[in-house]
Design a protein around this ligand. Structure first.
Ligand code: ADP
Ligand code: MG
Length: 366
């Protein structure tokens, strides 16, 4: 801790809560009472209320060695907004619960909240409560988001129909390649052991931003509404396209065909995959954290959906008997398997374990 940093214990729990939450004026009429009582009070009149929550654990979901705390706060909020937009709703309130070990100072936690505040300002969301605790195992952030929608506007995962078009916003795989880059530079820096080591990120800004400062696709939900399109199914791409396609097809009892050459991929993602000797399509299909929207629309909306900038039609929904497949450039059909983020990897699937196993097998005498 430097002399101008403040130990959390010196403020106490209530002093800290006050310092963290005082610059969050309420903006939404549905936020009747925010921070400062035993519970927040919300008024949604005759709207449907949407609730989603996310848990972020240091060492599992983020690494504070290369994720700036302000970005961490921003991302923790935005990924929750993304879940509400994926229901075709509008996020309105969040609660933020935070656990921190004594390594963290008041200024560290304030940096997280400055990111949360920025996200709340940009997306028009109110902070209405939370919980604060010491933690024995590093930093923990859990955000719950509450949103609204008219009943008839809500889009579930289970409404895809045979012949619907499968669409995705933006581009895929960039956040994953950004993470690969950050992890590589971090291990290079560790190997150097020099505090003045400067990683080389020139020309890689886009993939880093996609990893560190993702956005929720509010604009896409609005563009669909303006175009008069209600998707038949929708979800956000957090675990990877393959995994999300299987979710939609499973919930809707359908199959799908997705074309390799239609999957939107940014140039920097392609350059990075080449540098890492990775298969680009695999990275785009299975890399997570893009927070784009994957949705299906009736075939009759083809022209309308094609006219929305930044939305790609990547395939179509089939009968369930046909299964889910990726059609390669040379016309082969590959079965789609979920290989994205898994919260509970088997020991042999975890990268650290795989590395340890590889090392052990190299060392084994046979
Ligand atoms: P309780 O004892 O009822 O859990 P707290 O003393 O923990 O209440 O919290 C007091 C108020 O501050 C409540 O409105 C709570 O929602 C809010 N709050 C507590 N921690 C946070 C936090 N980390 N971020 C935002 N609001 C918080
Ligand atoms: Mg409490």
């Amino acid at each position: 801790m430097t002399p101008n940093e403040t130990e959390i214990a010196s403020l106490g729990e209530f002093g800290l809560i006050d310092r963290l939450t005082r610059d969050f004026p309420l903006k939404n009429p549905s936020s009747v009472k925010g921070v400062g009582d035993d519970a927040a009070v919300l008024d949604y009149k005759d709207k449907r209320v949407l609730v989603t929550t996310d848990l972020l654990l240091e060492g599992i979901h983020f690494d504070v060695r290369y994720v700036p705390l302000k970005h961490l706060g921003y991302k923790a909020a935005v990924v929750n907004f993304s879940d509400i937009y994926a229901m075709n709703g509008t996020p309105k309130q969040i609660t933020v619960s935070i656990g921190m070990s004594s390594r963290f100072t008041v200024e560290h936690i304030e940096a997280i909240y400055s990111g949360i505040r920025l996200a709340c300002e940009i997306y028009g969301v109110d902070l209405v409560g939370g919980d604060t605790s010491a933690s024995a195992t590093g930093l923990v952030i859990s955000i719950t988001c509450i949103g609204e929608a008219e009943e008839e506007d809500i889009v579930y995962r289970d409404g895809a129909k045979e012949t619907d078009l499968i669409c995705v916003s933006g581009d895929l795989g960039a956040a994953y390649m950004g993470l690969q880059l950050l992890e590589r530079e971090n291990s290079v820096a560790a190997a150097h052991g020099a505090p003045d080591f400067q990683p080389d990120f020139a020309g890689k800004e886009y993939i880093l931003e996609r990893q560190l400062k993702p956005e929720a696709r509010k604009d896409v939900v609005e563009a669909l509404r303006k175009a008069g399109i209600k998707p038949t199914s929708m979800m956000d791409v957090s675990d990877g396209l393959s995994s999300e396609l299987l979710h939609i097809c499973h919930a809707s009892r359908t199959g799908c065909r997705v074309y390799e050459d239609k999957i939107p991929i940014d140039y920097q993602t392609a350059v990075m995959a080449e540098e890492f000797n990775m298969n680009l399509v695999t990275a785009a299909m299975n890399g997570g954290e893009d927070y784009e929207l994957l949705f299906t629309v009736p075939l009759t909306d083809h022209d309308k959906v094609k006219a929305i900038p930044g939305v790609s039609v990547i395939g179509y929904v089939t009968k369930p008997e046909l299964g889910c497949a990726l059609v390669t450039r040379d016309g082969q059909e590959l079965g789609i398997k979920a290989q994205g983020w898994n919260a509970f990897p088997r020991p042999s699937e975890s990268p650290a374990q795989a590395e340890a196993e590889a090392e052990n097998s190299e060392k084994s005498p046979e």
